[in-house]
Structure formats: C-alpha cells, structure tokens
Design a protein around this ligand. Structure first.
Ligand SMILES: O=C(CO)[C@H](O)[C@H](O)COP(=O)(O)O
Length: 210
C-alpha cells in the first residue's frame, strides 16, 4: 500500500518543508484543496519543482469545467488530479480523456456518491477510486475510517484509496482490506514528530504485508 501525504491548511513553503521532512517515508504528495484554493496552481507548480521525481496529486475536487481544470493542473505539474464522484458522468469521462491525452491519471473522490453512481463509475478502471470520509463527517458527525469497509475491490479490478482522519491505529483496517493508497494528512502533519510518525506508518503498512 502506498502512502499519499495530504498537505492542507499550510502555506506553500511550509507544505514543501513538511514534505521534505517525510519524503523518504511517503510515496505520493497531495497538494490539498485548501492550498489550491488559497494559492492556486502556484502551489502545484512549486511542489512539482521541489519534488520532480515524486508523484504529485492536485486535489482540485473538480465538479465541472473538466477540460479547463485538468489541463491547467497537468500543465502545472500534477500527475494525478481529483474529480468528485458526484460530478456529472460527462465531466468524469472528460477528466479521463484529458488525463489519457496527457499520460496522467485521475482519482475519483467518492465522498457522498450514491451507490447507483458508483456502479456507473466502476467501468472506469483506469481511474483510482477514493473512499473518503470528509472533515465535517469526522468532526461533526463522529465518523471514522476504522468503520470503512470498501466493497470496491470485490466489484472491479481497480486501484482503491482511502482518506479522512486515518491514524496509526485505523490504517490497519485499510491494509487488511488490501487497499492501494492510504491518504494521510493531519496524523502526520500535526504530529509532534512528523518524521517519526511517517516512519511508523511505513513500518505499520510494511509490517503487516510482510
Ligand atoms: O481531502 C482531504 C480533505 O478534504 C484530505 O486530503 C484528507 O481528508 C486527508 O487528510 P486528513 O488525514 O487530515 O483527514
């Protein structure tokens, strides 16, 4: 399982510093929606410049304007861009086309996506699917990833990620389900010792698989 470091609610320089601290323990770097909203595509450009050999995910959470938003993100240096599963199918299909033209990928964020829509999306096997519990659901409705039981891998040959409040304790649940990407934000970025925490995540994931 890969670790995607989610960088949110930081300025660009602090986000780069955080990623440098844990660079060797993580696989992909996510430029979080909050950075993109606050600093625009500059945040993606600077992250790619600082980490040219890492996979950079731009968490644009695209809902519309697929061609414009994806081309802009890929030009800025993103390797993967997110689109919401609740977006119209034509938007998601266009995201896939633009990603293919650029030899890049998309991640479909399934936050609040109906079962019917998920079934319509499963044939898009080139995409990565993300089971996501939002900040508001975590903080205001008491949901956590320890409850996530993804059925996606039983239904299609796809890469599946999980996001939302993942901790050293709850990551085991994802490993046991054979998920492909653990998206981890605050458990690392807000830790007293981010480097040690990232190392522990890596050990935890590696330890269970070996
Ligand atoms: O997409 C996000 C917020 O919308 C975050 O990337 C995701 O929730 C991971 O961060 P954390 O581990 O802090 O929940």
């Amino acid at each position: 399982m890969k670790i995607q470091l989610a960088l949110d609610r930081l300025n660009i320089q602090d986000a780069i510093k955080m990623a440098k601290l844990v660079e060797t323990e993580i696989d992909w770097i996510e430029v979080g929606t909050s950075l993109i909203k606050e600093f625009g595509m500059q945040s993606v450009k600077e992250m790619k410049k600082a980490f040219p050999y890492k996979t950079i995910l731009a968490d644009t959470k695209t809902m519309d304007n697929a061609k414009y938003e994806l081309e802009m993100s890929f030009q800025a240096g993103a390797d993967i861009v997110t689109v919401m599963g609740t977006a119209p199918l034509v938007t998601i299909k266009t995201c896939l086309e633009i990603a293919k033209e650029n030899n890049k990928k998309i991640m479909i964020d399934l936050l609040n996506t109906s079962e019917e829509q998920i079934q319509a999306l499963l044939p898009f096997t080139e995409a990565i699917f993300c089971e996501h519990i939002s900040k508001d659901e975590q903080e205001l409705a008491g949901k956590s990833n320890v409850q996530t039981k993804s059925r996606l891998k039983e239904q299609a040959v796809i890469e599946v990620a999980a996001a939302g409040g993942i901790t050293l304790e709850t990551v085991q649940n994802l490993v046991e389900q054979n998920l492909d990407v653990a998206i981890i934000g605050s458990a690392i970025t807000k830790a007293k010792n981010p480097q040690e925490t990232a190392e522990n995540f890596k050990k935890q994931i590696g330890g269970i698989l070996s």
